[in-house]
Ligand binder design. Structure first.
Ligand code: ATP
Ligand code: MG
Length: 372
């Protein structure tokens, strides 16, 4: 294979955008990712006409300058990078309106490959996206903790000052303080629960759970709350047991949250239905499954909220959810637990029509060899 073909094959084998240039900075090879970024027809053109970024073009000039490779080859130690130069550069206009940044590396090619250089462009958006999510998360947690803390500080001051000798006010304030501390406590345990579920998400559950019994238990636990809210729970699980590979505590958490939500936010309809059905073949899961549908006749959820409902801290009405003691982490935890069970969560709702949360769970874990 001649050198040009060798370089072309090498460039095409790389999973990120790569352009090879010759000693005069003309493009001699570019893979598909690079063509998508810099244009469909880059061959034989001077690199500077593809990308007018002074930093990157200066780096190419430096790397191609006579003596650069020899100078960097004498770099001592394993930290030497073969004379490559790295920088961050804004390239093109992002569809989101934000300038997309790339980590650009210019590395010299050895003389046996004709000299020249390899220019690698790596999109920083995925990393920056993850960093943004982390920052948002920390900001959300801080905000959620600060609200009850501010209330507590305020009441402590009042109890020390104006309300010092007012027994009735003291009792009322202590009640509120108790409620706020419980809320902080719930927030912290939900956060711990979320991180535990996330870190164990790849471990498939090995125990076996009867969904019919589990749903009966959750309905009983939530009976008093439903009664208080004037909601009748209708449970239809059939007579047969419904075994699946599952984690008892986690699945209890899933149904507790969804049924509790139906009572809390959909309770105005006065009814919550829980229906368990066997599915002999669920195409999405490629096998037999159970579906559990939890429906209410409450006010429903606007379609614009549906895709974001399982995000951490996302609430349709933050004030109302807080009032009801919610942290907005319930459905985020549900999503991760369902994923760990290789199941699916679907949400149907329309304003004024009530909501329906459907969970589909496979009857056998995919790792299990088929019987027989
Ligand atoms: N059945 C429902 N009807 C109407 N809105 C709902 C229903 N279920 C959930 N929601 C909306 O989805 C939001 C997110 O629910 P999620 O369970 O994640 O949080 P939460 O109930 O507010 O807090 P937590 O579950 O942590 O106590 C709720 O705040 C509510 O606005
Ligand atoms: Mg909830």
């Amino acid at each position: 294979m001649d050198v040009a073909r060798q370089i072309d094959a090498m460039v095409r084998a790389l999973p990120v955008a790569v352009v090879a240039v010759d000693r005069r900075a003309r493009v001699i090879a570019a893979n598909d990712a690079a063509r998508r970024l810099l244009g469909p027809d880059p061959l034989d053109r001077p690199f500077v006409t593809l990308l007018r970024n002074p930093g990157v073009n200066q780096a190419i000039d430096r790397v191609l300058a006579p003596g650069h490779l020899a100078a960097s080859a004498s770099d001592p130690g394993p930290g030497g990078n073969g004379g490559a130069l790295t920088m961050r550069a804004a390239i093109g206009a992002g569809s989101s309106g934000r300038e997309p940044y790339f980590d650009v590396t210019v590395a010299p090619l050895p003389a046996t490959l004709g000299g020249g250089a390899l220019v690698t462009l790596i999109d920083t958006a995925p990393v920056e996206g993850a960093e943004q999510i982390r920052r948002d998360f920390v900001a959300n947690v801080s905000h959620e903790l600060r609200t009850p803390l501010t209330a507590l500080i305020g009441f402590i001051e009042t109890l020390r000052g104006p309300a010092r000798n007012d027994a009735a006010a003291r009792d009322r304030f202590l009640d509120i303080m108790e409620r706020e501390t419980h809320r902080m406590n719930r927030l912290v345990s939900d956060l711990l629960s979320l991180s535990r579920v996330e870190s164990g998400e790849r471990l498939r559950p090995v125990a076996r759970v009867d969904l019919a019994v589990l749903l009966g238990g959750v309905a009983t636990t939530l009976g008093p709350a439903a009664e208080k809210a004037g909601v009748r729970i209708e449970l239809d699980t059939g007579d047969a047991p419904a075994w699946i590979p599952g984690d008892q505590d986690q699945l209890t958490q899933v149904f507790q949250n969804i049924i509790e939500n139906a009572i809390k936010y959909g309770g105005s309809g006065g009814w919550v239905g829980i229906a368990l059905r066997e599915i002999t073949h669920e195409p999405m899961l490629r096998g037999p499954a159970y579906s559990i549908e939890i429906a209410d006749r409450g006010e429903g959820i606007d379609a614009i909220h549906l895709p974001r409902l399982t995000e951490r801290f996302y609430r349709v009405d933050t004030h109302r959810s807080r009032e009801k003691g919610g942290t907005g982490l319930g459905l985020a935890i549900v999503k991760h637990i369902v994923a760990r069970h290789r199941g699916r969560l679907r949400i149907h709702s329309e304003r004024g029509q009530g909501s329906r949360f459907t969970i589909v769970l496979p009857q056998a874990s995919a790792a299990q060899p088929p019987a027989g």
